[in-house]
Design a protein around this ligand. Structure first.
Ligand SMILES: N[C@@H](CCC(=O)N[C@@H](CS)C(=O)NCC(=O)O)C(=O)O
Length: 142
């Protein structure tokens, strides 16, 4: 009996690599997970940069490649599995492609800005600086 090839998901906690794990579950593909904890600044640890120069998650090792970018990883597996999960009908295919790109292209940037604003607001600063950090947050949010 032949063993299935090794597929490793480099999974950072609280991250987009959940998308890849979800996809692999839907496709029924066996995989291993290497877990990474975020540091005190909520950043990825340096070990991830040793796997891929972007130093971000998700990263997947598969078929002799090291793949990064969640959208590219998703396309790789959908194509590799003979288009499983990709709609055939034209309108549905347009929607599929729209949402694949919408996630990173349009949905994530404002969410990241919101995260940044919340971090600025939560920053511990002397009380007389609070109005200033508040104004910075308001200014970015506009
Ligand atoms: N556009 C990339 C974004 C990758 C990315 O920024 N991942 C975040 C987690 S959701 C990360 O690794 N952050 C840790 C850091 O930047 O230090 C993708 O879709 O894979």
């Amino acid at each position: 009996m032949s063993e299935s090839p090794r597929l490793i998901v480099h999974h950072l906690e609280y991250s987009r690599s959940l998308r890849v794990l979800w996809l692999l579950e839907e496709l029924g593909l066996p995989y291993e997970i290497k877990r990474y904890a975020r540091d005190q600044n909520f950043r990825a640890p340096p070990e991830l940069s040793a796997v891929h120069p972007l130093g971000r998650s998700p990263v997947v090792e598969v078929d002799g490649h090291v793949l990064a970018e969640s959208g590219a990883i998703i396309e790789y597996f959908v194509e590799r599995e003979s288009g499983k999960l990709r709609p055939q009908e034209h309108e549905a295919l347009l929607q599929y492609r729209f949402f694949l790109h919408y996630a990173e292209g349009s949905a994530m940037p404002p969410l990241l800005v919101q995260l940044l604003v919340e971090k600025i607001r939560a920053q511990k600063v002397p009380f007389f600086l609070k109005p200033i950090t508040g104004k910075i947050g308001d200014g970015i949010e506009k």
